[in-house]
Design a protein around this ligand. Structure first.
Ligand SMILES: Cc1cc2nc3c(=O)[nH]c(=O)nc-3n(C[C@H](O)[C@H](O)[C@H](O)COP(=O)(O)OP(=O)(O)OC[C@H]3O[C@@H](n4cnc5c(N)ncnc54)[C@H](O)[C@@H]3O)c2cc1C
Length: 183
């Protein structure tokens, strides 16, 4: 059985930073849910790889040790003070992660490959409250009165399940946003 009934009231589509964050906070509240992800982790993503202080604040709200784990792994998480955007004509825009940063202060942010950072988050969602299914792509969504029928393809086999809540975290090309949000 692909889906487990007691985990199917809430389904999260996508296990990027948004989906993993939603899953972590649901688990913290003891709320059962299913997370579906079309890829198999670890998976990479095109990104600038910058992790700002805001990310660390949210991670700490879930797990106080997460920030420490990151600062103790400098081979994966490179300490970073901020970003400088440079246009082709040489104009620069500097965005520090922390104002009034003093030499010797703890790094206010980091640079990490998404292959590593997203996998770091993906490992953190493991919990008795999360049923996670990789290689499972959200394919169709149908509104049924106060619930949704969603169809997924897992290893090419299609399955339809009814859910009360779909948390759409399937990225910038989100199927859910297009179908339900009118994007
Ligand atoms: C060029 C570029 C540079 C960037 N640089 C930075 C940066 O330096 N710092 C920063 O903070 N942000 C940066 N961003 C933004 C950042 O990448 C996004 O904000 C972030 O990835 C959004 O996270 P997410 O979880 O919403 O989506 P994603 O990270 O896109 O995750 C979506 C997940 O959903 C899965 N998925 C997709 N469709 C389905 C489906 N139908 N069914 C099941 N699963 C599905 C995907 O496999 C993926 O794992 C950059 C973006 C780009 C394009």
């Amino acid at each position: 059985m692909l889906f487990k009934e007691e985990f199917s009231d809430i389904i999260i589509s996508g296990a990027g930073p948004a989906g993993c964050s939603a899953s972590m906070f649901l688990s913290k509240q003891g709320i059962k849910h299913t997370l579906i992800e079309k890829a198999v982790f670890p998976r990479d993503k095109i990104c600038g790889d910058a992790i700002s202080g805001k990310v660390l604040t949210i991670l700490e709200a879930f797990d106080k040790k997460a920030s420490e784990e990151i600062s103790n792994t400098p081979n994966i998480f490179n300490p970073c003070k901020g970003i400088i955007f440079v246009s082709p004509n040489g104009t620069k825009l500097s965005i520090p992660f922390k104002h009034e940063y003093k030499t010797g202060d703890k790094a206010p942010g980091y640079l990490a490959k998404r292959l590593d950072f997203d996998n770091f988050l993906f490992i953190k969602i493991r919990s008795p409250f999360c049923h996670c299914i990789e290689n499972c792509e959200l394919k169709e969504i149908e509104k049924i009165s106060k619930s949704l029928n969603i169809t997924v393809a897992h290893k090419s086999i299609k399955t339809t399940i009814n859910t009360k809540l779909l948390i759409s975290a399937d990225g910038s090309r989100s199927l859910a946003a297009r179908k339900l949000g009118g994007i």
